[in-house]
Design a protein around this ligand. Structure first.
Ligand SMILES: Nc1ncnc2c1ncn2[C@@H]1O[C@H](COP(=O)(O)OP(=O)(O)OP(=O)(O)O)[C@@H](O)[C@H]1O
Ligand SMILES: [Mg+2]
Length: 570
């Protein structure tokens, strides 16, 4: 490897006789480094590599003046190389340069014969000038580096600003979406709640009507049964709407999702048909999830049916479970901190484009033919996962398929099974005589049906049209054995009514009949709950159970639409 070239070296071109050798010796003696070149061409190569000055004799200029002028002209901006020209014949030089050295730059003439001290002092001042040029050079380099750094900073600044703007837009879009879903949820929940009251009144009246039909009137019975089936359909619809509005009466409890999924294999096989396969990819050691098991089954069914509909020629629906310890940026942004259990339903069907994806959770959004889809499936999934403390996200690409991920909150480790979980069954009901039931409901039709039905069962039913009205009757000292109250009443809701009533009658049994219950408002109140619209038989059975008496009458048949029937309607 060659030694590093000194930028202070003096390049010497003196081809005649021993000139070059003598000059190099003088330089060495004076502590300077000299590099001897045989021609100006060689010297220019040396200058390109770095030099403090050029020392040359006049005959070199005579021979290659153009070459030197060219090199001088292409020096960088900071450079003005000192050139020391040794001459002995002024006449020859004058004829060559025309008396001026302009094209040769920074030329210093040295007359021969020349004393070595004079030469060394001239070289010394040339080198000092050259070093100042080097300073300018490093200043220029620094400036260029600073400018480059600034340019880079500017470039990344723009990028960073663009990134920040993008994130801001995403946040705004997410916020807008959340607000839209919230507003839709409130609207839907409200409509569903009123609709539920209406269904309750219609159902009750039909049931009462049925009891008045003579046993021979089969046609009238069929008609009323058809009407009741219509109400059941309406009721399923309101349940879906309430689910989306997050106003569902959930029985949240720790559920083993793997077990629930395995338990659905027959139902899924039947629902999807023989051209479909279900592949379970269930994580071992899966945590328990905090969810309503019945609703969970509906969610999985909904998602599997969507997957089926996305694969018209048949295919495989994969159901995967996994633990999600702490939500990070691989998971949806609206997921609260904490541990979750995730169920994914995955297909490789037609997929969805951006436009469809943006709307899928909206109630009644469907791309299916009329009569094929209500557009409530994913709304229900959304509502349930939110109400269970989780969320839902979708990955989808047109022509590639879809994965829907439902995040459910991990159940507390020490949680115990608080739900009754018993399912419905026929119970032997004892109908106690003379017991008084106070019915508090702002809906006169619903109230009327309840009063009529409970009276038929042998109770004395009295009415109140509001919370304060009910309180007045309770505090009037009237005999009241059970309070049957609606939850959502204007002015004072059911929870508030119960709280105030229990101040004077701490042991008063309460049955809340409601389309939905806000757990937060209910707090720790000890009440029984029945969901609207209810079959009168259910209501009667529950009231009798709560007011239990030794006198036993024949069982009142309970008719809960079975899960399979609910599912088959989806
Ligand atoms: N797995 C999927 N692949 C492709 N598109 C899907 C998938 N799941 C949902 N979609 C799209 O989202 C829309 C809404 O789905 P959603 O389940 O809410 O309603 P639906 O299936 O149309 O009706 P239903 O109320 O009977 O479920 C569907 O119409 C379809 O366009
Ligand atoms: Mg669907």
């Amino acid at each position: 490897m060659p030694d590093r070239i000194s930028e202070d070296r003096i390049v010497i071109v003196a081809p005649t006789g021993r000139d070059a050798e003598v000059l190099r010796l003088v330089l060495t003696h004076g502590g300077l480094e000299g590099a001897v070149c045989v021609s100006l061409r060689a010297a220019i190569e040396a200058l390109d590599q770095g030099a403090g000055a050029l020392l040359m004799t006049e005959e070199v200029l005579a021979r290659d003046a153009g070459l030197l002028a060219q090199w001088v002209a292409r020096q960088p901006a900071w450079s003005d190389l000192p050139i020391l020209l040794m001459r002995s014949d002024l006449a020859q030089l004058d004829s060559l340069t025309g008396g001026g050295f302009g094209p040769y730059g920074n030329v210093c003439l040295l007359e021969r014969p020349l004393r070595s001290e004079t030469l060394l002092s001239a070289l010394d001042s040339a080198l000092r000038a050259r070093r100042r040029q080097y300073q300018v050079r490093s200043y220029l380099v620094e400036r260029e580096q600073a400018a480059a750094a600034l340019r880079e900073l500017n470039a990344t600044l723009e990028e960073r600003v663009a990134q920040a703007v993008k994130e801001q837009r995403q946040t705004e879009a997410a916020l807008l979406q959340a607000q839209k879903m919230e507003a839709l949820g409130r609207l839907t929940g409200g409509v569903a709640h009123d609709f539920n009251n209406l269904l309750t009144a219609v159902l009750g009246n039909l049931e009462l009507l049925q009891t008045r039909l003579s046993s021979g009137d089969q046609a009238a019975r069929r008609l009323s049964e058809a009407a009741i089936r219509g109400i059941e359909r309406g009721s399923r619809l309101t349940q879906q709407l309430l689910a989306f509005g997050r106003k569902q009466n959930l029985q949240l409890r720790p559920v083993d999702l793997n077990e629930a999924i395995r338990g659905m294999s027959d139902l899924l096989a039947r629902t999807l048909g023989s051209t479909f396969q279900v592949e379970n990819e269930l994580a071992e050691d899966l945590w328990l999830a905090h969810v309503d098991e019945n609703q969970l089954v509906l969610v999985i069914l909904n998602l599997a049916i969507n997957a089926r509909d996305a694969m018209p020629l048949g295919g495989t629906v994969r159901i995967r479970t996994e633990n999600v310890p702490g939500a990070d940026n691989r998971h949806p942004g609206d997921l609260a901190p904490g541990d979750f259990v995730r169920i994914s339903v995955i297909d490789n069907g037609i997929g969805m484009d951006e436009e469809v994806l943006a709307k899928v959770f909206e109630p009644f959004f469907t791309t299916k033919q009329q009569g094929k889809g209500t557009g409530l499936g994913l709304s229900q999934v959304y509502g349930l996962s939110k109400q269970s403390g989780g969320t839902v996200s979708i990955e989808s690409a047109v022509g590639e398929g879809t994965a829907v991920h439902v995040y459910l909150r991990r159940a507390d480790q020490d949680a115990h099974d608080g739900a009754d979980g018993s399912g419905r069954h026929e119970i032997a009901v004892s109908v106690p005589p003379d017991k008084v039931v106070l019915i508090a409901d702002d809906d006169a039709e619903v109230r009327g049906v309840f009063v009529d039905y409970l009276a038929r069962l042998g109770f004395r039913a009295i009415e109140a049209e509001s919370g304060p009205d009910a309180l007045a009757r309770i505090y009037d000292g009237e005999r009241i054995d059970l309070l049957l109250a609606d939850f959502a009443m204007p002015g004072m809701n059911g929870a508030e009514l119960v709280r105030r009533a229990r101040e004077g009658r701490p042991e008063l049994p309460v049955l809340l009949v409601t389309g939905y219950v806000d757990d937060a408002q209910l707090g720790s109140l000890d009440v029984e709950i029945l969901r609207k619209p209810i079959r009168l038989a259910d209501l009667g059975a529950r009231v009798c159970e709560m007011l239990g008496s030794p006198e036993t009458r024949p069982p009142i048949p309970l008719d809960e639409p079975s899960l399979a029937r609910r599912a088959s309607a989806d």
